[in-house]
Design a binder for this molecule. Sequence first.
Ligand code: DGJ
Length: 746
Amino acid sequence: MSIESIHLTAGGVSVLLDVRGGILPSVAHWGAALGDLSAADARAIVLSGVPPQAGNTVDEPVRVAVLPEQRTGWLGRPGLSGSRDGRAWSPWFRVVDLRVTEGEPNEVDALLALSGGGAITLTANDDTAELELQVDLHLSPAGVLRAAATLTNLGAPYRLEELSLALPVPARARETLDFAGRWGKERTPQRGELRVGTHLREGRRGRTGADAATLLTVGEPGFGFARGEVWGVHVGFSGNHRHYAERLSTGEQVVGGGELLLPGELILATGESYRTPWLFGVYGDGLDDQAGRLHRHLRARPQHPRRPRPVTLNVWEAVYFDHHLDRLVALAERAAAIGVERFVLDDGWFRHRRDDHAGLGDWYIDETVWPHGLTPLIERVRALGMEFGLWFEPEMVNVDSDLARAHPEWITQTGGRLPVESRHQQVLNLGVPEAYAHIRDRMVDILGNNDIAYIKWDHNRDLVDAGTAPGGEPGVHAQTLATYRLMDELKQRFPGLEIESCSSGGARVDLGVIERTDRVWVSDCIDPLERQEMHRWTQQLLPPELLGAHIASGRSHTTHREHDLGFRAATALIGHLGIEWDLGQATEAELSSLAEWIAFHRERRGLLHSGELVRMDDVDPTLWVSGVVAPDRSRALFSLAFLGRSTEGPLGRITLRGLDPDRRYRVRPLSLGDPAGGYRVPPWFAGVEGASAGPAGTDGVTPLSRALRSEEVEGVVLSGRALATAGFAAPLSYPDRVWLLDVTAV
Ligand code: DGJ
């Protein structure tokens, strides 16, 4: 009997594919796990989903394939756009081969079942169109679905415009969530109603973009962190890309995406293939479930950073381009003394780079600034017990550089002119093999001759008019793949080398780049009020250990707001902690407070970087409650972030989710570094028996919160069930404060 359906199930998710009739598979169900299915169950689910015929539509039910084909009568976006001189633009692919490429298949009659995750590869062709298609579908043990397609041209040259994959979502998903943003304010959520038509998010920046959709999710109206089913897609690619959600007047709706190809960018020669980036499909029963599934998926990768994330000091906001050995050594000494484990030298160390007008591309240590090379600094950093990291921007070039003077043709360009400058720089065309080899060799030379454990890999402009001289053909696709190749090659040559993906802050945050890098720089804006939001939402894609989260100086360099050290530190605490501050300007009190925060982070990072993220749906928009719960639910750390002044106060009871309902936990407020500086704390802070917060002093601070500055407090013991349901009274706090709660099973 031939296979009619395939059931992939893992991590609380099922994907049921309809593969009847030898045509491209369509997804009959993608969502919550369906449990064990018999062949008859699977057939019933598939057949009961066939809709009645809508008026004035094609005479057969439309089966929307993972690569939607117009020939079926599907009138949404087709998966393949392209032609061979106006022909072969609407193919009909027939499946000729189906292989299980990962997992243990259990074949029962007409059903092929893969539980615990697995992968299949389908090959299909259209002899008339002279095209072959391969579709790879993979469900990871965590329940994250990945799909990619490979198109091979078997005829005369084929001009490919788009190859995108799509996944159906049920009609009850009518609200969208994706991300916008700009420099210094990356990944700002935006919501909308999914209406008939296409909600299309295109990234044409030649990089992921501060405003990338990141995860385009549709869900049940009103979905939140803990409520409502959601289905999201993410294109794992750092070049031009597209995400979309589409609803048709016939009721079908899909989410999909792929690479965005520029005109004429891909003309496939005979026998040539193009493979799409992975399209990730992430289901969740609420946004926390969706994020948790992605976090588990990423943490299971062999290359996921496993050793404790070294606390990092980056010198950018401390010195900018003003590099002096003595000053940097003094900074390193102060950093080491407070517990920093990695010291990163940012932009400005190479030839001609005295400001941002010149030097990019000249990857030689500047002899005028570093007469003895970087060795004296690196040796001191290493002697202090820290790793050394160095900044590069390999894909860029200043016109005012030796490199551009020697090879103006290596600058991406089209139309016989140079693109408009951005940050006074141009893009170096790594699609040109000689340019690629030159940059690789310079980086290999610097990395090979210096003790460097980490690269901060920057990318500070959009790709505009990014073509290849002399003809000017579009080169974003080739550039993106060359960057990946370069990262892969360096990682291979220098085992253990870690790379940070930075791009004008957080403009290159995606699952393509994270395959070959070890963390992202979330944003150039380190203002904790802004970072609260950026961390909250960047975590929708990445676990906290991959988020570069630094404690900056009191006055933010990007917003000019001033914040207490406690708020700055508690905001950075959960991510990959670092410092971005001229410690020479810090007071003794600030340094000792920083040391305390770093020690606390180092003690807790095992939990913070392996636990499950919990974000409570707001009791009030000014109070964000979130936390990390250990996998065995024995402990957790929660943060109560007061981000404004509510019209009401106090805010009543708040709850904590994610704990074991049947265990009892002591919930204890923590006082760290600078004072908790509370306003009015609830009596339970001191234990429920006979506690009294006492009257406020003239500074508005109660005696109990003063006591919190130095003493251990008892807190309250409640079951996980009580914490999730009844909860406890929230403090009344000044705004721009974080209260940390230690939650430990007793
Ligand atoms: C942009 C980055 O985001 C900053 O952190 C810094 O590295 C500068 N570039 C250096 O030019």
